[in-house]
Design a binder for this molecule. Structure first.
Ligand code: TTP
Ligand code: MG
Length: 368
């Protein structure tokens, strides 16, 4: 077989992050229900309630020590650890949390490609913080997610998506792993073949039959042979094991929320200041909505005080809204209900989520 005549083009100029939340659903439940912390936690309905049916969506790291993992039957999980807490998941809620995580990502770049609720690629080659170091950006994102949402994630930093994902997977939880161009080939060669993206359960046995167990084995195969054996995947694997993956980060253009916030170095105490800020924020949110041709159904107020961490409170309305006055009205209503007057306010934010295009439904003013 002829060897490849032209060197592969490898774009080393990009800075790609892959962020993956740690035990996502389980961590959200632990955050909201501290009594669950410190014990094995399985996100599934208790098998006793379902006559043994049901599947584990995820488990915290303590439960994983018993061999419990995603996609296992809840019954099996119960057998492995009868004392574990079983909590049914709330997908809609996790979707909202995911939205909040994405709002943080978008403070760094709009080149965000969601993979799953808890996982995304970010191209930070150019970024809103104008910071050059991918590592520094990854650390900032991890810190911000922790500060604002009390959730942890693992981050991978590299020059392409494939390596960034391998990196984020390398150390979990709370990992931050960097794969530089120099390290890529060595890293890939020692990697078990099943870790290569696209090599699924069906392909692994075939790879093994053909004597391919690691990246090193894969590296020894020539391109034509790999294409003959594995088609498109062979083509891609030939490149991946050489650290080449030029796939762009494809931003999800659909905006799911619009939010604006302000932090105050001198905390606000006077209600007039709060009202003025809420009005400004509502104005900005309404402008952004108009620009995006969107209207939304859920108004979210975010507040940080000197006493407690960031909290968010939401109101879901009967109809879709986009007007400044209406957004302000509900944001203020939430503010009143929180009864925080007199507390030092360090951050205020208004977000409208549950968005649809403006043309979707006729706009009805919700105020009678
Ligand atoms: P993962 O990122 O695969 O898992 P995880 O975040 O729970 O744990 P890790 O720390 O290893 O990243 O999946 C993200 C969420 O998706 C997970 O919390 C639950 C959900 N999920 C399912 O519902 N079914 C599944 O089979 C898997 C794998 C995940
Ligand atoms: Mg995860």
């Amino acid at each position: 077989m002829p060897e490849l005549q032209f060197p592969l083009k490898n774009d080393l100029s990009r800075k790609i992050l892959h962020i993956d939340m740690d035990a996502f659903y389980a961590s959200v439940e632990e955050r909201d229900h501290p009594e669950l912390v410190g014990k094995p936690l399985v996100i599934a309905r208790h098998p006793k309630e379902t006559h043994g049916r049901g599947v584990v969506t995820t488990a915290n790291y303590l439960a994983r020590e018993y061999g419990i993992h995603s996609a296992m039957s809840a019954k099996k999980a119960y057998e492995l650890c009868p004392s574990a807490n079983f909590v049914p998941g709330n997908h809609d809620y996790y979707r909202e949390v995911s939205q909040a995580i994405h709002n943080i990502f978008h403070q760094y770049t709009d080149l965000v490609e969601p993979v799953a609720l808890d996982e995304a690629y970010l191209d930070v080659t150019q970024n809103k913080k104008e910071i050059k170091s991918g590592i520094k950006l990854a650390r900032m994102i991890q810190y911000q997610i922790w500060e604002e949402l009390r959730l942890t994630c693992s981050a991978g930093v590299s020059y392409n998506k494939f390596l960034a994902k391998l990196a984020s997977d390398y150390e979990k939880p709370r990992g931050l792993t960097v794969i530089t161009p120099d390290q890529a080939i060595l890293f890939l060669r020692q990697l078990p073949i099943e870790k290569f993206h696209g090599v699924g359960k069906k392909t692994v046995p075939r790879m093994h039959e053909l004597g391919i167990f690691t990246g090193e084995d894969l590296y020894q195969k020539n391109e034509m042979w790999l294409i003959q054996e594995f088609g498109k995947m062979g083509y891609s694997l030939y490149r991946k094991v050489r650290g080449v993956d030029n796939a762009p980060v494809l931003a999800n253009r659909e905006r799911k929320s619009v939010g604006k916030e302000r932090t105050f170095s001198t905390p606000l105490v006077q209600e007039t200041d709060i009202i003025m800020t809420l009005r400004k924020l509502a104005h900005e949110v309404a402008l952004a909505l108009k620009k995006a041709d969107k209207q939304g159904k859920t108004v979210v107020l975010k507040i940080r005080t000197s006493v407690f961490d960031t909290i968010t409170r939401r109101k879901t309305l009967e109809t879709y809204v986009s007007q400044e006055e209406v957004i302000y009205f509900y944001a203020y209503e939430i503010w009143e209900e929180l009864n925080l007057l007199g507390t030092e306010i360090r951050l205020l934010g208004i977000t409208l989520t549950n968005l649809v295009p403006t043309t979707y439904e006729p706009i009805v003013l919700p105020i009678k």
